[in-house]
Design a protein around this ligand. Sequence first.
Ligand code: LLP
Length: 444
Amino acid sequence: MPACPSARTAAPSILHANVTVGPDGHLLFAGADTVELAKRYGTPLMLLDEGRVRERCRTYREAMADHLPEGSLPLYASKALSFREIYRIVEDEGLGVDVVSPGEIATAASAGFPLERAFFHGNNKTDADIRYAMDEGVGTFVVDNLEELRAVEAEAARRGRTQRILLRITPGIDPHTHVKITTGTVDSKFGSAIETGAALAIAREAIAQPHIELCGFHCHVGSQIASAEPFLEAARIMVAFAAEVKDALGFETRELNLGGGFGVRYTEADPEVNIAANIRELGACLADACAEAGLRPPQVFLEPGRSIVADAGMTLYTVGSVKEIPGFRNYVSIDGGMTDNPRYTLYQSEYTVVLANRADEPAEFACTVGGRCCESGDLIGEGLAIARPWRGDLLAVLVTGAYNYSMASNYNRICRPPIVIIRDGEARLGVRRETFDDLLACDC
Ligand code: LLP
């Protein structure tokens, strides 16, 4: 269901149904006029389409209810975008959450998220993190390694209680995504590998702990994965591992968490990912694998982050200098950059950009879009095409809802932008713009 831009729309194509062009050539996002929003809130400005977030939550919830065993649930991976209101939205949609730090736990707690539905991740939870998560009542720890298992057991024992856990297992899969977002190979800082025997060893020790309730296993193979195949492979390997654990240790897996990772369309070159169809395939594959292994099908968790929020986001910038270097390239500078979107700098991630105040003009100006930092690598993209921009024009970068705000920094003492949420055409602040006082708040 790509883009159904209006008849006046010229290239570049508009990727998603929530991005259209109004009769005056203004780019509309979730039905709201981006030029008006930029006037009202200033730039850089991050927008979030609440309807789209809710729609994606429902896609996961319904497909998982239809095709996976009873009790299966999506957990929103809040590292993709973490601020109070997002926890309220996903809680309202009935999802659980994946949290990876005490800061994410604190944010979810302050939003009133029921933390018994939170799964606490991380390859290096400190003793203080473990204490804090237990204080806050986090339901499940996804235990990464032996030292952590022992630390969780010790803390639970000190409190005279039992802690639910899953064990993070490394299935040894390469999903062929960017190397920095691959996590399931044996050579990984995450989890205990099946191949080396570490996974069975940690399962044995977990079962023996008096204050640990082992519920099952977790794996995550990577992010921005378009096809179902790496998930099916992970499911087969994890079911075979669960069968091995049952034979060797007599423990029956009740829960299987297969992590996150379904990809999204950033550009026209990216395929459309059919989440519901992938989940249907996954359900069939799991049912077969469990039948073959003689296992009762476990409750399944998935942890989508990017595919819940990415195309619900857009960032608006004001164009500053436009530098044409004959024989080389054209640089278009914007009033944000790697401080609010470090993904091109880090992963060479590609984006679609549109001149938002003249979105109906032909995109004939080839350019590199650069940020405002004192750093040559501070780019949003190269080889892009937009209408000829001038100082003061508005530039929209599409599909910025995931891993932009959550990875933003104050490099060069630049203030982070606000997040404006759009619901039924109405805008409201989700996060206000940072001020110099915020920048100075921790300085002594
Ligand atoms: N669960 C676990 C254990 C994870 O490590 C991740 C992502 C997810 C779930 C969510 O995956 P998603 O559905 O969002 O693909 N900063 C990188 C992405 C890093 C992903 C890390 N883990 C980027 O900007 O592409």
